[in-house]
Design a protein around this ligand. Structure first.
Ligand code: PHE
Length: 440
């Protein structure tokens, strides 16, 4: 069977950016940067993203493009059987992430529906906290929303690469950008917004710490969808003549640009209204309705915002599901539709327990974490850094020659690959090992 490909280069870039821009950019980025003191963290995050992030992204995309396989096949192609274990870990990682990501995706659907009704927009943060907690702890409603979100994701995946993922990503990313600009305009014209902007941008170097570097690096991996074979899978649908290095630079630039705009949209508003930016996951679901309650036409802004959140989560969740689906198609030649339906049901079932672990199963903890927290921790802090480490070992050490041959025009290979391979040989493994050990 010939492998599906993207219809255009821009389609590929937007799909990859759609994967990257997600809940990570919209709730994690603003509160983690606020927690770490704003500006200084922002600079470190930018440096991490544009060095380690871009390098691993190019490496992953190249592995996909050359092997034309999803992660397991790609690792096997370059490193032989033992390395395919890294691919299996990636598939498993995407599987676990989607199981709980879809639960949060369901929350965005609930809040989207809720913003059409009265009662959500109030300046009383305690009331909003109660709304959030009552919803999350309800044993049925979040699961219903989770099912709906997983169903929408699966429906897109069933339609394939060009007709499903590419078409939806192109439309939704354009929409996301438009909604973001409208909300940004409103947020920045609030009285006093400039102080919030300054707090976000001006660095406070007294807050520099080792932990801040780790936070910045971890966030860069999660936000750029790296370390679990997602960019490898998307890279496997890229034509041979497409330059993945410039594409990766575009994807990173677009993702970081959007994250920055999101921060610029949320943080000034949060400061203007004197709310707590370090609210964590609640920042979005608890604080934003409070922000909207102060605005003329707040209901419309709330609808736009939760729609934005839903769209961002959806374009990421399809990329997560595609990793598992393409693995089964590649390895066992299963039909796309059946594979998608079965995988969606299994992930939905695991997600049920993740969702319940915030409510009725709260008492069951592992290492002091709920199942939801554990799934998040293990994937972001252990599996993704390990995956990125394996990618850099393959590109920098194990199969460097294969990449050089592929990229070479018979005489020499492009200069950028020398930088990438040096980075993958020395810098990336060193930095990643530091994160891993600090996290453990
Ligand atoms: N990058 C996505 C986000 O920020 C999450 C994600 C991680 C998606 C890994 C795909 C792979 O929400």
């Amino acid at each position: 069977m010939t492998r599906a490909t993207w219809g255009s280069r821009i389609g590929f870039i937007l799909a990859a950016a759609g994967s990257a821009v997600g809940l990570g950019a919209i709730w994690k980025f603003p509160y983690v940067s606020a927690k770490n003191g704003g500006g200084a963290f922002l600079i470190i995050f930018l440096i991490m993203s544009f060095t380690l992030g871009i390098c691993i992204m190019i490496a992953e995309m190249l592995m996909g493009q050359i092997s034309r396989k999803s992660p397991v096949g790609a690792y096997r192609f370059f490193g032989g059987k033992p390395f395919s274990l890294a691919g299996y870990m990636g598939v498993l990682c995407g599987f676990i992430i989607l199981s709980f990501y879809s639960v949060v995706g369901g929350w965005t659907l609930f809040y989207l529906g809720r913003s059409f009704q009265s009662g959500l927009l109030t300046s009383d943060v305690r009331v909003l906290k109660t709304i959030f907690e009552t919803f999350v702890e309800n044993p049925y409603l979040p699961i219903l929303c989770h099912a709906l979100f997983m169903g929408i994701t699966a429906a897109i995946i069933v339609c394939g690469i060009q007709k499903g993922i590419e078409r939806i990503s192109k439309t939704l990313m354009a929409l996301l950008f438009l909604v973001l600009l409208i909300l940004l305009g409103r947020s920045l014209t609030l009285e006093g917004a400039i102080d919030g902007v300054l707090h976000f941008i001006v660095p406070d170097f007294s807050k520099l710490s080792a932990e801040m570097f780790l936070d910045a690096m971890g966030l860069a991996f999660f936000s750029l969808s790296l370390g679990m074979g997602c960019m490898m899978t998307y890279g496997s649908y890229v034509n041979r003549d497409t330059n993945v290095a410039t594409s990766a630079v575009c994807v990173t630039g677009l993702t970081i640009g959007i994250s920055f705009l999101v921060g610029l949209m949320i943080l000034p508003a949060v400061y203007v209204f004197g709310l707590n930016p370090a609210e964590g996951p609640g920042l979005t679901f608890i604080v934003m309705p409070a922000v909207f309650s102060y605005l003329l036409g707040g209901t419309y802004f709330a609808i736009l915002f939760f729609f934005l959140l839903f769209v961002a989560a959806l374009t990421s969740s399809i990329s997560l599901m595609e990793v598992s689906v393409s693995f089964f198609i590649d390895e066992f030649a299963t039909p796309r539709k059946l594979t998608t339906v079965i995988l969606a049901i299994v992930m939905f079932t695991i997600g049920i327990f993740a969702s319940l672990s915030l409510g009725v199963l709260k008492e069951f903890t592992f290492f002091g974490k709920t199942l939801f927290g554990l799934m998040d921790y293990c994937t972001s802090n252990i599996m993704m850094p390990l995956g990125a480490l394996m990618t850099s070992v393959v590109v920098g050490w194990r199969s460097r020659k294969m990449f050089q041959d592929y990229l070479s025009d018979g005489v020499r290979y492009p200069k950028w690959f020398s930088y990438i391979s040096i980075f993958c040989r020395f810098v990336a493994p060193f930095l990643i090992l530091i994160i891993l050990f600090q996290n453990l």
